[in-house]
Write a protein that binds this ligand. Structure first.
Ligand code: GDP
Ligand code: MG
Length: 163
């Protein structure tokens, strides 16, 4: 059975960009507008010789719960239930926001492997955010640039240890 990996995090951090890079098809919609991905999407993710089921979350608009917080909770809980590995993504250039803290709090309660991804880390503008990310309580963040394809070897190791 394929290991399943879910990418969670607030809108606009780059979840769909990573999904598209690893799945290799434009299955997830990427847009500058926060929260533009309408659905949870699944595809076969690949890094080198590793193959796994990748889940792109978002679609906070469509969930049953009317409040943003409730919708985020619903998606995160679905990811906790179905995924073997959870990737919590933040935008390293933006640093840790209250919404990131909220996701971290939801995930800390779950007894699941969580890896913190600090995306948009392709330049020095990400340095402060990388250090700040430790405070979310998931240890050292994996510095990543989904757009430029940096940090994928670290991601490979994380997924490989789950298989
Ligand atoms: P999502 O809402 O979390 O799915 O985020 P998206 O994948 O839709 O990306 C939101 C915005 O961030 C888009 O404009 C992307 O091009 C941009 N983005 C994604 N990854 C990176 C990255 O590694 N570096 C930079 N600088 N921008 C990125
Ligand atoms: Mg998206």
């Amino acid at each position: 059975m394929s290991v399943s990996v879910a990418i969670v995090g607030r809108p606009n951090v780059g979840k769909s960009t990573l999904f598209n890079r690893l799945v290799g098809k434009k299955l997830a919609l990427v847009d500058d507008t926060p929260g533009v991905t309408r659905d949870r999407r699944e595809g076969e993710g690949r890094i080198g010789d590793l193959a796994f089921t990748l889940i792109d979350t978002a679609g906070y608009e469509d969930a049953d719960d009317a409040t943003l917080e409730g919708r985020m909770r619903q998606q995160t809980e679905a990811a906790i239930q179905t995924a073997d590995v959870i990737l919590l993504m933040i935008d390293a250039r933006a640093g840790v926001t209250p919404m990131d803290e909220h996701f971290a709090k939801l995930l800390r309660k779950a007894n699941k492997r969580v890896t913190l991804l600090a995306n948009k880390a392709e330049g020095r503008a990400a340095d402060a955010g990388l250090y700040e990310a430790f405070k979310l309580g998931f240890g050292e963040p994996v510095a990543l640039s989904a757009e430029h394809g940096l940090g994928l070897a670290d991601l490979y190791n994380i997924v490989a240890t789950a298989i």
